[in-house]
Design a protein around this ligand. Structure first.
Ligand SMILES: [Zn+2]
Ligand SMILES: [Zn+2]
Length: 281
């Protein structure tokens, strides 16, 4: 039997203000990006994906906001899993006061190896202590994972340029946000350069900066109040179509997450048909 390389794959377990967690798996190593659901909820959702919570090798926390870090300490304690993120996240999330299995500091731009995976932290502009987007690589195939940032800086665009799949937030529709129920101060925060990406911001990123090798895009962290999945999808689809990027698979995720999504999966080699004799009579 031929052994095919086991490719990188990921599965969003939850996305949005109710809690963000993504499971990433490659060559026998499994990590979580963010732990914004409760520890028990995360274990249950992992179970639904056929994954034992005890098999998680590390949890990378992007920043201290509750929708990304709520379950981190509890999950670490319960399953003996080390956490990893910036020094700023460790301090701002108050992890020093928690009983956890351990915390590994991720320095910006310095890749960290966890089993078969390599994780790079890319600083992003967001109103948190020291927030990160991540690039996760396995056997030369990579996933870019970025939620919660106010604008796409050059550093992020460059770090994601060679990614084969990208999960990026498409947080709000500006008109819905302006006309919506949020207090003006919160609207200002979201709209600002250290808040969140609008559908238009995300579309501009996809239109101008998405790398040539990218085949999968997942729109994430949609605001329930200020966005609609169809509106976000239409905006992103139009941007990709304008660039002729019809080969890109576009998905949108919400609180329930996604199925498994493969990154850079190679199609299996064609099955060779047995030579058949042409019947001439
Ligand atoms: Zn968030
Ligand atoms: Zn945030």
């Amino acid at each position: 039997m031929v052994n095919y390389p086991q490719m990188l794959r990921f599965r969003v377990l939850g996305s949005g203000s109710s809690g963000n967690t993504t499971l990433v798996e490659g060559d026998g190593t499994r990590i979580l990006i963010d732990a914004g659901l409760g520890a028990r909820e995360m274990a249950e959702r992992l179970g639904s994906a056929g994954v034992d919570a005890a098999s998680i090798d590390a949890v990378f926390v992007s920043h201290e906001h509750g929708d990304h870090s709520r379950g981190a300490a509890g999950f670490s304690r319960k399953w003996g899993v080390r956490l990893c993120g910036s020094r700023g996240t460790y301090a701002a999330a108050g992890l020093g006061a928690e009983q956890i299995a351990g915390y590994d500091v991720l320095e910006p731009g310095v890749p960290r190896r966890v089993g078969s995976l390599t994780v790079l932290g890319v600083p992003v502009p967001h109103d948190a202590a020291a927030p990160f987007a991540f690039v996760i690589t396995c056997d030369g195939v990579s996933l870019g994972h970025a939620t919660d940032f106010g604008h796409v800086g050059r550093g992020l665009a460059q770090a994601f340029r060679r990614c084969d799949a990208v999960l990026v937030e498409s947080n709000y529709d500006p008109d819905m946000l302006r006309d919506g129920p949020y207090p003006w101060s919160l609207k200002q925060r979201i709209l600002g350069g250290f808040g969140h990406l609008s559908n238009g911001d995300t579309a501009r990123y996809l239109g101008h900066d998405l790398g040539e090798s990218c085949r999968v895009v997942v729109l994430a962290h949609l605001s329930r109040q200020n966005n609609h999945p169809e509106v976000a999808l239409m905006s992103a689809e139009a941007a990709l179509r304008r660039r002729g990027r019809t080969e890109v698979r576009l998905e949108v995720t919400g609180p329930e997450g996604t199925e498994w999504l493969e990154v850079g999966a190679m199609p299996p080699p064609p099955v060779r048909a047995k030579p058949t004799q042409l019947r001439l009579f």
